[in-house]
Write a protein that binds this ligand. Structure first.
Ligand SMILES: *Cc1c(COP(=O)(O)O)cnc(C)c1O
Length: 420
């Protein structure tokens, strides 16, 4: 459910025609809907409301824009961060330190210090080595870092290999069979307060089954830790719920997810934590683009060359991902086309042989479901700068990230004197 709908033949974001945004801000541009973000946050909260003290930490990497984070903060969400930069964003958005969880396999000492300075609620430790390092840093400051140990449950999430994180060969978490031993060792360190376990098996999950398998395995570990005399008060169940990228696709709902979690965790007697990303922001954003020209091909469908490219929206090039593509003002006819960007790579292809609204040069179109892992993965490849981002609220909008021009990037570069 989202608020990008046709009215009088023109695609709107809430009450605003997308053509108005293109006119004032130019293209390509990411457009987020505040009402959709809020609705998704509220649906997720409601789905977990029956659980005792659920803590929801929005996975900032899905969409780190400060205005988006502000919406999350107003909905009472904390943040799951994976770098010092994301931690700084969560604080800028007004999220209290105690509501922030710090994940990631490569936390650097300065990032650990940054987390301790901010009084963050929990470090999710991904290895024994990291735990020992954090303990030393915290102890030297006379602090105890609250921690959960991230476990690799060796469960196949059934998603794309590049966004699968819970198989034994993935870099995330400690091996399932060694959890008890590592937890016990870390719990003895003066600088750490071990309070629980964390798990996150991957992203864009289309079935609840692998999650249920993973959570059930986590429940077994919880029992083993307690039997060994360890204290476990928090269990972090990560994120991963998928969203439809193609009209008509069916995904588990937050309600079904919440019900499954309730069933699996009913005897846990711990505080539960969640780290949703994609399911909150994915369908709350589109990438608005203009057709540069339509190019005939020698032996196949024509190429619709749009002004957005793989540097603006990397998912199709990176994961072969599908984004629905719709004209802002469809004229009623259809065409089969290859949709490509201007970048000099064949990988800069959004779709091949796709049945789409008929388009010609100057027409506007959108890639849908671009609100998660969209702008945040952008690069300036081919010296294209960074796309602007806009948030719509009813019939008004604000630019929530300026377009970064190629000249601003070259301004930060230097030719050394010895080359002049
Ligand atoms: C990426 C990530 C998430 C969010 O995943 P989604 O699929 O966007 O919900 C949550 N937790 C951790 C540790 C992550 O790395």
């Amino acid at each position: 459910m989202n608020y990008f709908e046709y009215r009088d033949g023109v695609l709107h974001a809430e009450d605003l025609p997308l053509s108005a945004i293109a006119e004032q801000v130019g293209t390509p541009v990411y457009v987020y809907s505040r009402a959709t973000l809020e609705r998704h946050a509220q649906v997720f909260k409601a789905a977990l409301a029956h659980l005792p003290h659920a803590h929801i930490a929005f996975a900032i990497k899905a969409n780190p824009n400060l205005a988006v984070l502000k919406v999350m903060q107003r909905e009472g969400f904390g943040a799951d961060v994976v770098s010092g930069g994301e931690l700084a964003r969560a604080l800028l958005a007004g999220m209290p330190g105690e509501d922030i969880v710090f994940s990631g396999v490569g936390k650097m000492p300065r990032e650990m210090v940054q987390g301790l300075d901010a009084g963050i609620g929990q470090f999710n430790i991904e290895s024994e080595e990291e735990g020992v390092e954090l303990a030393a840093i915290a102890a030297a400051r006379g602090q105890r870092a609250a921690c959960a140990l991230r476990v690799n449950p060796d469960v196949d999430a059934g998603t794309h290999d590049k966004i699968s994180t819970g198989k034994a060969e993935n870099k995330f978490g400690v091996p399932y069979d060694r959890t008890g031993e590592i937890y016990a060792r870390l719990a003895r360190l003066e600088g750490l307060e071990m309070r629980g376990l964390a798990v996150h098996i991957g992203s864009q999950l289309q079935s609840l089954d692998p999650l249920e398998t993973a959570f059930t395995k986590m429940g077994d570990l919880l029992g083993q830790l307690r039997a060994a005399g360890q204290s476990v008060t928090h269990m972090d169940l990560g994120g991963g719920l998928g969203v439809p990228y193609r009209a008509g696709e069916v995904f588990p709902t937050p309600e079904e997810y919440g019900a499954m979690v309730g069933r699996v965790t009913k005897d846990w007697d711990t505080r539960l934590m969640f780290e949703p990303g994609r399911v909150i922001t994915g369908n709350a954003g589109v990438l608005l683009t203009e057709v540069i020209r339509v190019k005939r091909s020698s032996n196949g469908p024509p190429f619709v060359v749009v002004d957005a490219a793989m540097n603006d929206l990397a998912r199709p090039a990176m994961y072969g991902a599908w984004h629905d593509f719709d004209a802002v003002q469809p004229n009623g006819s259809r065409m089969v086309a290859n949709i490509v960007g201007p970048i000099c790579e064949t990988g800069d292809t959004f779709a091949m042989g796709r049945d789409i609204d008929a388009l010609e040069a100057g027409d506007l179109a959108v890639f849908r479901t671009a609100g998660a892992y969209g702008a945040t993965m952008a690069s300036s490849y081919n010296s294209r700068g960074f796309v602007a981002e806009v948030m719509v609220d009813g019939d008004q909008f604000a630019v929530v990230a300026d377009r970064i021009l190629p000249a601003q990037i070259t301004d930060a570069e230097r030719v050394p004197e010895w080359l002049l």
